[in-house]
Design a protein around this ligand. Structure first.
Ligand code: IMP
Ligand code: MG
Length: 185
């Protein structure tokens, strides 16, 4: 049984997400982005930093598509009820003077990423900071946020889940990127 069907066989009480990008399409695009990053960072070591939890699958695949030395770290970011964004990260890692590649699952209004990137520039003082996003909804921007590597630019409606992305902690294990009609969840 294909992997996607095994996953969905256990989801009877959930709404099946409509396929937006298949497993094969994702893998092809990750390989392309990996080649681009390899060329752009040629001769350097990348400090890859993933925003938890939505980037764990993305990072697992991307680090195998980049042919350069790299380190992996994660940031935990939470938006509180009063819309404050809290960031926590492992303080033992020193990013000063390093080439940081920040991974995000979805950049929508850009508010979350803009805040994180500003914080990193100020506190970590990296040599460079670039952003890679799995889903870039660039037409939804409310604040400035330049995505350097967008795997998929999405303009259609629908909440995206799967491949690490969740809706209330569900669907992270769905192997493709799919859309949900939020009214049904
Ligand atoms: P922004 O601050 O409006 O750019 O929203 C980005 C954050 O909202 C992401 O880190 C996601 O956690 C979440 N998000 C926005 N849209 C989606 C989606 O379609 N699927 C899953 N998470 C989303
Ligand atoms: Mg989420």
């Amino acid at each position: 049984m294909p992997r996607a069907q095994i996953e969905l066989a256990n989801m009877s009480e959930w709404v099946k997400p409509a396929v937006l990008f298949s497993e094969a399409a994702i893998q092809e695009r990750i390989r392309e982005i990996g080649r681009q990053i390899t060329a752009d960072f040629d001769g350097r070591e990348i400090a890859m930093v993933g925003i938890l939890k939505g980037t764990v699958v993305f990072m697992a695949d991307l680090i195998r598509a980049v042919e350069l030395p790299l380190t992996c770290d994660f940031l935990k970011v939470e938006t509180t009820k009063d819309q404050r964004i809290d960031i926590s990260f492992s303080p033992e890692t020193d990013f000063r003077g390093r080439d940081v590649l920040l991974l995000q699952d979805v950049v929508d209004t850009g508010v979350t990423m803009n805040f994180i990137a500003g914080h990193i520039q100020e506190d970590w003082k990296p040599r460079s900071l670039r952003i890679a996003a799995l889903i870039d909804r660039e037409e939804q921007r409310k604040v400035d946020c330049a995505v350097d590597y967008a795997c998929f630019k999405v303009n259609q409606d629908g909440f995206v889940v799967g491949y690490g992305l969740d809706s209330e902690e569900k669907y992270r294990g769905v192997p493709y990127l799919g859309t949900l009609d939020k009214r049904k969840t």
